[in-house]
Write a protein that binds this ligand. Structure first.
Ligand code: PLP
Ligand code: COI
Length: 340
C-alpha cells in the first residue's frame, strides 16, 4: 500500500480527510453491524438529542508506526472504559468494549496509508464519537444512537510542540463543576471552554489553566490536558472530580514510578506553584507540553519555569513516546500491536 503524500514532519493538529470511517447504529435496543463509509457527512434527524441537548461523548487516542512497520494503538481499553463511563454519565447507549476495539482497529486498518512513518513525531489520531440521533423535543435521552470512528494524521496539539508554552489562569470562568460532567469526555465541557480558551489564545497563551470551581484555590486542568508539577523527585498531579481522568497522566504516573520517583495525586493549591521545578500539561493530543509561564489574569501574578523543557519532563516525554512507538519494551501491556 502506498503511503499518503503528506508532509509528515510538519503536520499540525488539524482535521484531514482520510479514506474511510466506520459506523454502527443502535436501534430497537441493540447495536447493529459495523459499517464502512467513505463519506465525511452524517445524515440525521434535525431533532436529534446530540444537536439540541448535547447528548454526545467522544474519545481520543493515537496509533503509531513502529520501526518494524507494525502499527500500534496505545491503551485503547482505557479509552473504551472511559467512553462507557461518559455514556453512563449522560445516558447514551453504552458501546461494548469489543465493538469499540473492532471499530478502532478497522478504522486504522482501512486508513493504514495515513499512519505517519516512524520517526516523524506524527501519529494517527483516532476519534470515536457517540451521539444521540433519535428525535426528542422534551429533555430526554434518545432511543437511537450512532457510534462512529474516524482517524486523521496529526502533529503536535500546541504549535510549540515539545517547546514550553504559556498558560493563563482565569478566575471568571469555569469549565465544569465538581458534581457536573467534567469527569466525562462530553462535548458540553468543550463548548463551555471555548470562550475562555479563545480569550487565552487571543491574549497570547496556549491554553486556559482552570481552577477548582468552588474555592478557586486549587489547580484543575490545562485546557484539553491534565496538569502536573515536579519537585523533590515527585510527580504531583491534581485530584479533582471536575477534571477528565487522563490516560496519558495515568501512564506518566507509572513512568514516574518506573523512574524511581514518588507520585502524589492530591489537590494542588495555586500557592504551591512557585515550589515546582517543572510543570506541564499532558494528554493524548498534547502528549507532554512543558509550561514555561503561568500568568494569573486576575491577580497579575506570574510563575516562570524556564524557556527549555526540564530534564524530568524531557525524560518522561521520550520514555512515553518510545513505549508508544515500540522503541522501548511495553512492560505494562499498554500497546496493541496490529497485524497491519
Ligand atoms: N483533559 C481534557 C479536558 C481532555 O480533553 C483531555 C484529552 O483527552 C485530557 C485531559 C487528556 O486525557 P488523555 O490523556 O486521556 O487524552
Ligand atoms: C485528546 O487529547 O485526545 C483530546 O481529546 C484533546 C482535544 C483535542 C479535545
Amino acid at each position: 500500500m502506498e503511503l499518503a503524500n503528506l508532509d509528515w514532519s510538519n503536520l499540525s493538529f488539524a482535521y484531514k480527510d482520510t479514506d474511510y470511517n466506520v459506523r454502527c447504529y443502535y436501534r430497537n435496543g441493540q447495536w447493529g453491524e459495523l459499517e464502512v463509509s467513505s463519506s465525511n457527512q452524517i445524515n440525521m434527524h434535525m431533532a436529534a438529542t446530540t444537536l439540541h441537548y448535547g447528548q454526545e461523548a467522544f474519545e481520543g487516542m493515537k496509533a503509531f508506526m513502529g520501526k518494524d512497520g507494525k502499527v500500534r494503538i496505545f491503551r485503547w481499553e482505557e479509552n473504551a472504559e472511559r467512553l462507557i463511563r461518559s455514556a453512563q454519565g449522560i445516558m447514551l447507549a453504552e458501546v461494548p468494549k469489543e465493538l469499540f476495539k473492532k471499530a478502532i482497529t478497522r478504522a486504522v486498518e482501512l486508513n493504514r496509508r495515513f499512519v505517519p512513518p516512524h520517526g516523524t513525531g506524527a501519529s494517527l489520531y483516532i476519534r470515536p464519537l457517540l451521539i444521540g440521533t433519535g428525535p426528542r423535543v422534551g429533555v430526554k435521552p434518545a432511543d437511537e444512537y450512532l457510534f462512529m470512528v474516524f482517524v486523521t494524521p496529526v502533529g503536535p496539539y500546541f504549535k510549540e510542540g515539545f517547546s514550553p508554552v504559556k498558560v493563563q489562569i482565569a478566575r471568571d470562568v469555569d469549565r465544569a463543576a465538581p458534581l457536573g460532567t467534567g469527569k466525562y469526555k462530553v462535548g458540553g465541557n468543550y463548548a463551555a471552554s471555548l470562550l475562555s480558551g479563545t480569550r487565552a489564545h487571543d491574549e497570547g497563551f496556549a491554553a486556559c489553566l482552570y481552577l477548582d470551581a468552588v474555592e478557586k484555590k486549587y489547580i484543575d486542568e490545562a485546557g484539553p490536558a491534565n496538569f502536573f508539577g515536579i519537585k523533590n523527585n515527585t510527580y504531583v498531579t491534581p485530584k479533582s472530580d471536575s477534571i477528565l481522568p487522563s490516560i496519558t497522566n495515568k501512564s506518566l504516573q507509572q513512568i514516574a514510578k518506573d523512574m524511581g520517583m514518588e507520585v502524589e495525586v492530591r489537590p494542588i493549591p495555586v500557592e504551591e506553584l512557585p515550589e515546582f521545578d517543572e510543570v506541564g500539561a499532558c494528554g493524548t493530543a498534547a502528549v507532554i507540553s512543558p509550561i514555561r509561564e503561568i500568568q494569573d489574569r486576575d491577580t497579575g501574578k506570574v510563575y516562570t519555569y524556564g524557556d527549555k523543557p526540564g530534564p524530568i519532563s524531557t525524560k518522561m516525554y521520550h520514555k512515553l513516546q518510545a513505549i508508544q512507538t515500540g522503541d522501548e519494551e511495553d512492560k505494562h501491556g499498554w500497546v496493541l500491536k496490529m497485524d497491519v
